[in-house]
Write a protein that binds this ligand. Structure first.
Ligand code: BTN
Length: 342
């Protein structure tokens, strides 16, 4: 999307504006304005040209221009009806040094998850990869993954879906399946995005996942791609067991345009104030205070998750030590579960 298109959308968001005024404000010809208006109409905007100027009467449900319209964050949106992987595309965009772009798609045919897993991306989802270049050391990158998880949970709040975060960055909806542990502990249904993924953890139904990729020098990130996949207006039959979707949780389709805007705005706010990320994450996680089982490449750690530390490591109290875990697959265990009987 060009700067002119973005400026035009923002001018139109303020109300009816005459074409000549738009041309002057944006420093382009009236013919250029007309071309952009036609392109927006083709993209599904209903734009009336009255005596007071152009007025937007309705906005398409989803798409690049639709999300850019009224977006309170400084991102350019590159939209695809269908794409292999938005992360892959964002990495290509990063090659020439471009930043501040969100690659957004309605469908992914080759989506990637953590640990080289596949990520199913049926039509009706929200698949977004946010490309930025924060002026931070590469070691701080996990903070941005946590920020994306909190931003997603905040967008869920706005559509009345109560989601939580399972460390480090799975957005889940808890399910109570029985009260046998006396605490009404929510539960532990198998959770994974691909059926072949036997190592995926437990602890609620998975609504969204995040894959962060980056390139950096010793002291500074060159580019950072935070890829967020949300099962939005998708039927459960299109998802693997253990997953849920916004449609399944609300019983209806959600406004993907608003959802995406809320999420991107929250992510941008967190990126501007990284010190706010960990406190916000602590408020919205269901991992802290839980008994967890974490599988790392070298070992399995079982204990109670007691805190998260900068830039995103989980602190776990095991029977004989306090451990700080930087990466791994986390399962929420039931309180009545013994370590070797999960
Ligand atoms: C996980 O939980 O394993 C992470 C899944 C991340 C999926 C998203 S969808 C948008 C972006 N593009 C990709 O190919 N992957 C991420």
């Amino acid at each position: 999307m060009t700067d002119t298109r973005r400026a035009l959308l923002s001018a139109l968001a303020a109300g009816p504006v005459p074409g000549p005024e738009l041309a002057k404000e944006l420093d382009v010809s009236r013919a250029a304005i007309w071309k952009h208006i036609e392109a927006l109409r083709e993209a599904g905007f209903d734009i009336e040209g009255g005596v007071d100027g152009y007025t937007i009467e309705s906005i398409p449900d989803f798409g690049g221009d639709a999300v850019a319209f009224g977006l309170g964050a400084p991102y350019d949106i590159e939209f695809y009806e269908s794409i292999g992987s938005t992360n892959e595309r964002a990495r290509e965009v990063a090659e020439d040094g471009t930043t501040g772009v969100v690659v957004l798609a309605n469908e992914q045919t080759g989506g990637r998850g953590r640990l080289d897993r596949e990520w199913l991306g049926p039509p009706g989802g929200i698949y977004a990869s946010i490309l930025t270049a924060p002026d931070r050391p590469p070691a701080h990158a996990p903070l941005y993954t946590l920020a994306a998880a909190v931003a997603t949970v905040r967008a869920c709040d706005a559509v009345d879906v109560r989601a939580t975060i399972k460390w480090p960055n799975d957005v889940i909806v808890d399910r109570k399946i029985n009260d046998s542990d006396g605490g009404g502990q929510s539960i532990s249904s198998p959770e994974k995005n691909t059926e072949s993924d036997a190592s995926a953890g437990r602890g609620g139904l998975k609504l969204a996942g995040i894959l962060t990729e980056m390139e950096g020098e010793a002291d500074r990130v060159s580019w950072l791609v935070v890829g967020i996949g949300i099962n939005a207006n998708v039927d459960l039959s299109q998802l693997p067991p253990g997953a849920t979707s916004l449609r399944a949780e609300t019983g209806d389709d959600v406004d993907r345009r608003r959802f995406t805007q809320t999420m991107l705005e929250a992510y941008h706010d967190f990126s501007a104030e990284p010190d706010t990320i960990l406190p916000a994450w602590r408020e919205r996680t269901s991992t802290l205070g839980r008994r967890v089982r974490i599988e790392t490449p070298n070992e399995v750690i079982v204990g109670e998750a007691v805190d998260i530390t900068h830039p995103g490591a989980l602190v776990v109290e095991t029977d004989d030590a306090r451990r700080t875990v930087h990466a791994g697959d986390c399962e929420h265990l039931r309180r009545d579960t013994t370590d070797d009987n999960i």
